[in-house]
Ligand binder design. Structure first.
Ligand code: ZN
Length: 374
């Protein structure tokens, strides 16, 4: 009896959502493409990238956003709460809210961008905790923190405060983040446990997700833009050898100013455009920090939608009418876990440049509604 109600409710919801979808076409580019051949899908699954735009600089909004928009890429913008709308050269709340509304992730980069290690515990609480409250007060949901100056992830008391407020925290500086923290140079980690057996923070963990500073590398090596582009390509392609059998490593590229030529830590607009075009043409999948999930039992990070492919918890099937040309929609009210279903790659934040074939909006909404695939 209860089962029948569930099925009836499910079918009504599906009918309703199908209607909604055909009316306003659910503007996320879901329906814009034809189903991909599985080889294409596979290729995209091998190449991921995350962008972090640090500090909340105005030029990120003015110069990077239009290029990101052009390719349909979403990024993580880490903002300094007390700078927003107050300090020259930094974004205002309207711009930050626009980014957020358009599907970008907003992360916290503290209240005042100070050296956390030089502060009292109370002040660290303020910098770390209040910056989350500050963003929340503007209607922005936050899951990640970026350490100012990349400092603090080796300090147990700072890490414990960060852990109170955030799911993840990021810092520099490694070309690849290994999702099981087992490929980081010379540190001998086998998983992403936060603390070593001695109780000190590990080199890489969910509160020390390592990003790669594009700008730092460029300045340090005095690269020309052509050399910087070549290095960028080396870094983003370097994941392939690790990702043959599932996603093990992802480059997390950090930018600061975009098109501020007077500034050392800025990336020229033309270079940025070339980098984005490269990723688009090579079919990289661009995700954000909040697309990470964490396996608490075995201590590793994963990309949430990939997890669903590799270890599907919700493979749902039945005869559901989907708007054509919907890709293989396997929908049912029965939650079982049969073989991997690579065509049902369903995500909320993951954006691929059009055509975006493997995403199925109905299945996604169902999963959200019924809490499947978590
Ligand atoms: Zn910063």
């Amino acid at each position: 009896m209860k089962g029948n109600i569930v099925i009836v409710t499910t079918l009504s919801l599906i009918a309703f959502m199908t209607m909604c979808l055909s009316v306003n076409s659910y503007d996320h580019g879901f329906l814009s493409g034809l189903p991909a051949k599985s080889a294409d899908t596979k290729r995209q699954q091998d190449k991921f990238v995350i962008f972090i735009f640090s500090d909340g600089l105005k030029t990120q909004y003015m110069n990077a956003k239009p290029i990101l928009d052009k390719y349909g890429f979403k990024a993580t913008f880490d903002v300094i709460c007390n700078y927003v709308g107050k300090k020259e050269g930094y974004m205002n709340w309207k711009e930050i809210k626009t980014l957020n509304k358009e599907g970008h992730e907003i992360g916290s980069h503290s209240m005042n961008h100070v050296h956390l290690k030089q502060l009292s515990k109370k002040s660290i609480e303020y910098e770390v905790g209040n910056s989350k409250k500050c963003l929340n007060a503007h209607g922005i949901k936050v899951t990640s923190f970026e350490y100012p100056f990349s400092e603090g992830s080796d300090d147990k008391s700072i890490v414990s405060i960060v852990a109170k407020y955030y799911d993840f925290a990021t810092r520099g500086n490694d070309p690849l983040m290994f999702l099981r923290c087992d490929g980081m140079m010379k540190y001998g980690q086998k998983d992403c446990k936060t603390l070593t057996d001695n109780g000190t923070p590990t080199y890489a963990n969910k509160y020390a997700i390592r990003n790669w500073s594009h700008d730092f590398e460029k300045v340090q090596n005095s690269y020309s833009d052509a050399q910087a582009l070549r290095k960028f390509i080396d870094v983003v392609e370097s994941q392939s050898k690790y990702n043959k059998d599932g996603i093990k490593a992802i480059p997390i590229i950090m930018y600061h100013g975009i098109g501020e030529n007077k500034n050392d830590s800025a990336t020229d607009i033309d270079l940025f455009e070339k980098e984005m075009k490269y990723l688009h043409d090579k079919k990289f999948k661009v995700i954000t920090i909040s697309d990470f999930g964490y396996n608490k039992k075995n201590n590793y990070l994963f990309v949430k939608d990939i997890k669903r492919i590799e270890e599907p918890t919700a493979n749902v099937t039945s005869n559901v009418t989907t708007p054509a040309p919907a890709p293989t929609a396997n929908v049912t009210s029965n939650v079982t876990t049969p073989a991997p279903a690579p065509t049902a790659n369903v995500t909320s934040n993951v954006t691929t440049p059009a055509p975006a074939p493997e995403e199925n909006p109905i299945l996604e909404i169902l999963k959200k509604l019924f809490g499947l695939g978590k």
